[in-house]
Design a protein around this ligand. Structure first.
Ligand code: ATP
Ligand code: LTN
Length: 329
């Protein structure tokens, strides 16, 4: 039997090239080697305020972008978190074995709670729900971008703690990071991770941005005061642009260096923009085709939920038994 893979994206804004290079691209690559479940994690999105009509739209848009990126729904499972109630059910059970200090230490919790006027309890529980997503399916591998490494460590800790308290129950998952593109930085601020929810029109390249917008954003990207690329002394902005090019092109380090060393920043930017435009064109074309067919996305999501439901139920039943919760005999 193939090992299981689980990963998710929040439908919390416009998916960007960081989401693609950090997560979706790996998902597509490994989908025929494993049994893959790819999830739109809407329960995670509501840990910060969302506009209901917008969220409803973004869930379908995110699903369509998974498929447009190359996820094959005949093979991989694509589903929405809130359509399988066992995610929330298992999350509660895991909350009860998770020390609150583990959650207060999470850097994402610290950063996101600073930005909120009132911090909902969900923001603190966020990583427990993420652990539940993964452990519910006994996933062995979780492909994510670098910013999720700390949450994955917490998932492993929760699984190990549960196993030692109640006996072997959960597979302890491994994190799978891409070698290039695991952390794409903001174009306007190369010290900050590119993020869906960051403000500023020059921050992120959305997967559905038209070519002229992509070119404009890249031409305006922050670099440094040097005129040309100098390998060995790369500033963060230039390094980020080179990283974007390399992740899309899959060129080797040697190829990158011999092609770009000494190139003026203006030319570098033109070439990066061209690469991004070319690589996103087929994805954008597929997106248009997918969304033209009324009801197609809802059908894929309904089938996905139906396919995972028995796995989710059987894990929750096992956990209930292990913990001594009521089960009908
Ligand atoms: P938000 O800003 O709403 O928190 P986000 O842009 O960080 O969203 P997520 O939905 O949290 O996106 O992440 C989905 C996937 O994309 C995760 O696997 C995450 O690690 C990856 N990812 C997010 N941002 C980047 C980035 N800048 N570089 C590489 N991978 C990223
Ligand atoms: N927290 C993740 C999204 C996420 C996820 C998961 C990723 C929720 N559940 C399970 C992998 C596995 C993020 O990218 N912000």
């Amino acid at each position: 039997m193939k090992a299981r893979v689980f990963s998710g994206v929040q439908p919390s804004g416009n998916l960007h090239i960081g989401n693609y290079l950090g997560a979706l691209k790996s998902w597509v690559k490994i989908q025929y080697d494993y049994e893959c479940i790819y999830c739109i994690v809407d329960l995670h999105a509501i840990t910060v305020p969302q506009e209901p009509a917008e969220l409803r739209k973004k869930i379908r848009e995110t699903a369509a972008l998974f498929l447009a990126s190359g996820i094959d729904p005949k093979h991989s499972i694509v589903m929405v978190q809130s359509s399988v109630p066992e995610h929330a059910e298992l999350s509660w059970m895991l909350t009860c074995v998770t020390p609150v200090g583990w959650l207060q230490r999470m850097t994402q919790f610290k950063a996101k709670s600073e930005a909120q006027e009132t911090v909902g309890d969900g923001l603190l529980q966020y990583p427990v729900l993420m652990a539940a997503d993964i452990l519910l399916y006994q996933a062995a591998i979780v492909p994510v971008g670098d910013d999720q490494s700390q949450h994955l460590e917490l998932t492993r800790d929760v699984a190990q703690r549960f196993n030692s308290l109640y006996g072997e129950t959960f597979v302890v998952p491994e994190t799978h990071l891409p070698t290039v593109g695991a952390r794409i930085m903001g174009l306007d601020d190369p010290e900050a991770k590119m993020s869906k929810s960051a403000p500023g029109s020059g921050h992120a390249i959305a997967l559905l941005d038209p070519p002229d917008v992509i070119r404009k954003k890249i031409m305006r990207a922050t670099t440094d005061s040097k005129p040309a690329v100098e390998f060995g002394a790369l500033g963060a902005g230039v390094q980020n642009l080179l990283g974007i090019f390399q992740a899309f092109s899959e060129w080797s380090d040697d190829q990158m260096q011999s092609h770009f060393d000494g190139m003026r920043y203006g030319d570098l930017k033109k070439q990066v923009a061209q690469m991004v435009v070319e690589k996103l064109a087929p994805l954008q074309q597929r997106y248009r085709e997918i969304t033209e067919e009324a009801g197609y996305i809802d059908g894929v999501l309904a089938e996905g939920a139906a396919r995972v439901e028995p796995i989710a139920r059987s894990t929750v039943n096992l956990v209930k038994q292990r913990m001594g919760l009521y089960t009908q005999s």
